[in-house]
Each structure stands twice: as C-alpha cells, then as structure tokens.
Design a protein around this ligand. Structure first.
Ligand code: UD1
Ligand code: CA
Length: 423
C-alpha cells in the first residue's frame, strides 16, 4: 500500500499503569472525547497524510474508538518494550516510504495542529534527520530533560529516572514531538539498547544515536507548556480537562456567547453555540449539542447528546434535555425532563413536566406541537403526540397516543375536558 506523506506515528500501546484503570489510558476522555482523538486530529491538521497508531494494551478498545478514521492505520505492539520499540513495530507498514514522519504520544490531548505543522516545516527547511520540538515548563517532573552543551547545542535526552541531581533542575523538556526522516530512523532504532533504569528501548535515545551516525539533529524550543501536558495520572487528566475547557469556552466567547461563570460551566468540545446566547452558572452541555442564537441556558441546566435548540429557546433551572429538538421561542424554565422529544415553537413546558420516554426496555419519542402548554407536574408517556395549541392540565398523566390539536386534557389518565357550556 502506498503511504501518503508526510506520515505520523502515535504511540498508544501502553496501559498507563498510573491511571489505575481497565481502560487504555489514551481512551480516557477530556471534555467528552478520548485523548487519542485530539492527537489524531492534531496530526492530521498538521498535514499528516497517513497516521499509524501503535496499539497494544486493550487494542480492541482502540480499534473501536478510531473506527471510521479513514487515514488511520494500526500497528500492534504485542509487548510494551518501550517507546523506541513501539516506533519500530511500524516499520513493516511504512516500508518503502521515504520522507518525514512525525512521532507523537497519544497521552497529550492538548497538542494543536499549528505548532505541529511548524515542526514539519522546520524539519524540511533544516533538512534534519531529527527535528525535536521542546518546551520549557514550570514543573518538569516526569518528563525527559533536554541536555545541551555550553554553546547550547543539543546533546541528548535524559529520562527523569536516569537524571543526575543537577539534570533534574533542567526545565527544558522533551514533549515527545519529533519529526524524523525515513529511512535514517530505522537504522538508529536498530542500534539503541536497553541500558536505562527501566530496561526499555527508549525512543529518546534515537536523536543521540542519529548524531553518532553523522545525522543532523536539531532541538528547538518552539512548543508551549500548555500544549504538551502529558497525562499519566488522574490528576493530570483533571489538569488537561481544565485547560481544554478554558479553550472551548474562550472560543465560544469569541464567537459572541456569554458565559456568566466559566469555572462552573462545562461545555463539550463538540457543542456548537449561537451568538448572544447566555449560559448561566452550573450548566453542563455534554455531547454534540447545538444551541441557537439568543438562547438562555441555566442556571443548572443539562443539555445532552443529540439535542438541538433553535433560536430564542429558554432552558432553565434543573431542566434536563436529552436527544431532543426544540424549536424557537419554547420555554422550559424549571424542573423538567425532555427526552427523545421533538418540540415545536412557542411551547411552554411547566415546572415538573416530564416525558416518560423509557418503558424499561426501549426509548420512545414524544412530539409536541407549536404553542402547546404542558401544565406543572404533567407526565407524557411516550410514544405520545401532543397536538398544536393543546393544553395539558397540571398533574395530568397523558397515556400513549395522541392529544388532538387545541384540546385540553386533564386527570390520570388524562382525558379531554368538555368545553364550557355555550361554546
Ligand atoms: C515519554 C518520554 C519522555 C517524555 C514524555 C512526554 C520515553 C522513554 N520517554 O515518557 O522523554 O518527556 O513521554 O510525554 O519515550 N507506549 C507504547 N509502547 C511502549 C511504551 C509506551 O506505545 O512500549 C506509549 C504509551 O501508550 C504512551 C506513550 O507511548 O501513550 C508514552 O509512554 P509513557 O509511558 O507515558 O512515557 P513517559 O514516561 O511519559
Ligand atoms: Ca506520558
């Protein structure tokens, strides 16, 4: 198979022992998406034409999570013998391809395409056998450190475990963002050993090895600390979540959305929000939710996957909306649940009104016509259709079926009320 360059390799075979989890580390989610998805997007956005993901621990979980990514190939690393070995197992897939390959790790969800595209450019301009992007961080704990000579020339990478005490103080770190030229890398990987604290084949030894073979290696401090946060623990996961969440909110505020209390708001990376919408505190938008313009959300609202709000919709306190489409002007101001519902325009959803969409085995739809009014504490037992302009009285339980347009229903089970005498 012909490889479309430039190529990228993403290392994701490790278990991530420090996470203490049955799930592969790179599948833990940041703002609703698995970490590895961000890295795949960043590599693709940087220009990679082919992306090889190295899988091992819980490989099936990764195949499933990345199914449908057309440009992703998988290489299996049966035993996790180290990051150098992980790159080596990609060789059969990339055989015959000569050109740049970017190597990234799957546990850095904050990587962005632009700085990585810049690494590809730099490698090409320098004609380097290895262009290593580095970053200066406040706390280098856990990262490999960049060693330079007195003239500032790159010498090698030293893992934290193998650091001499004075080397630990170095704050220029290896974020594991490399561009190597193929085939020179293969030869270098064949020559690295396991003489280190973990007895593993370290990819971090490859740049030094390339220099020994007469190759050109450049380490350039061009990456931002926030972009290269490596997630090794649940604490790191929470840090990544906070930074990603701030980026998502920043984007929507730039687009004209008001977020009253950013720290107490959570918005999924897949959500789309229209201008002049206001999000009040303690609201959570999870999944691929679309919110129109001038909507009022919260406080304490929960909008879930598949929900679409048109313009001028109000979803207030303790209202949960799941897989529902709501047309403009509709208001659900307090204590309501709308699940699998299609709600028309200018509907009023009273406090405590809910769709009973789950019968214990299956979910069922609810249709609510334009201008309908649902009374306080009413229950709509799905599948059910409420006609346009219909009124459901407070406390009514509407059984499966239909309420005619313009009708008023009341009681348990709800029945049409007779129109007042004279009408
Ligand atoms: C690695 C680097 C370190 C760097 C840091 C940046 C090495 C030896 N060290 O350390 O210099 O500062 O990343 O985040 O490379 N993996 C495999 N197969 C293996 C081992 C690891 O696929 O045999 C994958 C893991 O799933 C993970 C990535 O490689 O996604 C990095 O492994 P990890 O154990 O997190 O390396 P660090 O200790 O963070
Ligand atoms: Ca790591």
């Amino acid at each position: 198979m012909a490889i479309e360059g430039p190529a990228a390799i993403i290392l994701a075979a490790g278990q991530g022992k420090r996470m203490k989890s049955d799930r592969a580390k790179v599948l833990h989610e940041v703002c609703g998406r698995p970490m590895i998805s961000y890295v795949v997007d960043a590599a693709r956005g940087a220009g990679a034409g082919t992306i090889v993901v190295v899988v091992g621990f819980a490989a099936d979980q990764l195949y499933e999570a990345l199914a449908g990514e057309p440009d992703v190939l998988f290489a299996e690393q049966k035993e996790q013998l180290g990051t150098g070995h992980a790159v080596k197992v990609c060789r059969p897939l990339l055989e015959g391809y000569e050109g740049p390959v970017m190597v990234l790790v799957g546990d850095e969800p904050l990587l962005r395409p632009e700085p990585l595209a810049d690494l590809f450019d730099r490698q090409r301009r320098e004609r380097a056998d290895c262009l290593l992007g580095t970053a200066e961080v406040a706390d280098p704990t856990g990262f490999g450190r960049i060693l330079r000579d007195s003239a500032g020339r790159f010498l090698r990478i030293v893992e934290q475990r193998d650091c001499a005490p004075e080397e630990r103080a170095i704050r220029e770190i290896n974020p594991s963002c490399y561009v190597f030229q193929l085939p020179a890398l293969w030869d270098a990987l064949d020559r690295i050993g396991t003489g280190n604290a973990q007895g593993e084949y370290y990819l971090t030894d490859a740049p030094e090895q390339l220099m020994r073979q007469g190759g050109k290696v450049r380490a350039q401090n061009v990456l931002a600390a926030d972009d290269v946060l490596g997630v090794n623990t649940r604490q790191h996961l929470a840090q990544a979540e906070a930074i990603m969440q701030a980026r998502i909110q920043d984007r929507w505020m730039t687009e004209g959305v008001s977020i009253i209390d950013p720290r107490n708001t959570h918005i999924d990376g897949r959500a789309v929000i229209g201008r002049d919408t206001v999000i009040r505190p303690f609201s959570v938008v999870s999944g691929d939710v679309t919110i129109g313009e001038r909507c009022k959300i919260g406080p304490f609202a929960h909008l879930r996957a598949g929900t679409r709000l048109a313009d001028d919709v109000e979803i207030g306190a303790f209202v949960d909306v799941n897989r529902s489409t709501i047309d403009s002007g509709t208001i659900a101001r307090h204590l309501a649940y709308l699940g699998d519902a299609t709600v028309g325009r200018d509907v009023n959803v009273g406090g405590g009104a809910i769709t009973a969409n789950f019968d214990g085995a299956r979910k069922h739809p609810t249709m609510i016509g334009d201008g309908a009014r649902l009374g306080a504490n009413s229950v709509l037992v799905a599948p059910v259709e409420i006609g346009a302009g219909a009124v459901v009285a407070a406390g009514a339980v509407v059984p499966r079926g239909k309420v005619a347009p313009g009708a008023t229903v009341a009681g348990v089970p709800a029945r049409p009320m007779k129109p007042p005498a004279g009408e």
